[in-house]
Design a protein. Structure first.
Length: 211
């Protein structure tokens, strides 16, 4: 369907106004909201994710594409609620306590949204108990933690230890990332997954919940 393809292409160019108008037009033409979401918006964002992973585009292009996606989703959301479109999973995401960096976290959040997740963003400097309370409140599938400082990455361990203390560790998929974090650190603290970039994070999260 040509209009769905156009939505995907304009999203990749970061043209929010065009995306908004085309999503509305597609709805007016009676196209299934789920199709607009999956084949138009999410498809476009996954293409952007792939290009970002291959270093063909950089953070600014991802941010404008994500803005265009959000513009389309705003129009689509009421219709998706009507047809009962469930997200593929819920993610609670935040930068750990003591750390105020959020660019990486925001990118991961956008990519997760682009992969079909409902994302609950807790912001920066998030205390361990807040990660857990929110995950419980929102019935989340995944807890996603980010750190940019070597001094704060140990706070990821605190969240995992607290989950163990409350017998909740097996309830959640734990994902970690950020510049100083690597695979061996993730294994050491008992996280389920480490991913080096935002696009991989979205793919890994999708595979983890669909297992």
């Amino acid at each position: 369907m040509a209009i769905i393809q156009e939505i995907s292409e304009y999203l990749q160019k970061g043209r929010a106004k065009n995306v908004k108008a085309l999503v509305q037009q597609a709805l007016d033409e009676g196209i299934d909201p789920k199709e607009i979401l999956n084949k138009g918006l999410l498809n476009g964002m996954m293409i952007i994710g792939g290009k970002f992973k291959r270093n063909e585009i950089f953070v600014p292009e991802v941010l404008v594409a994500a803005r265009a996606m959000n513009a389309g989703i705003t129009i689509l959301k009421p219709k998706l609620v009507e047809v009962g479109n469930e997200p593929i999973g819920r993610v609670v995401i935040g930068t750990v306590e003591g750390d105020l960096h959020d660019i990486g976290k925001n990118l991961v959040g956008m990519m997760l949204q682009g992969a079909g997740f409902e994302v609950i963003d807790l912001g920066v400097d998030v205390k361990p108990e807040v990660f857990i309370e929110k995950a419980e409140d929102e019935n989340a599938d995944i807890i996603c933690m980010s750190a940019l400082l070597t001094t704060t990455m140990t706070n990821m361990q605190n969240v995992i230890d607290m989950l163990k203390d409350q017998n909740l560790r097996n309830k959640y998929i734990i994902m970690v990332g950020g510049a100083p974090v690597n695979e061996s650190f993730a294994q050491e603290i008992g996280a389920d997954y480490y991913t080096p970039d935002a696009a991989s994070a979205a793919e890994t999260a999708k595979d983890a919940v669909l297992k």
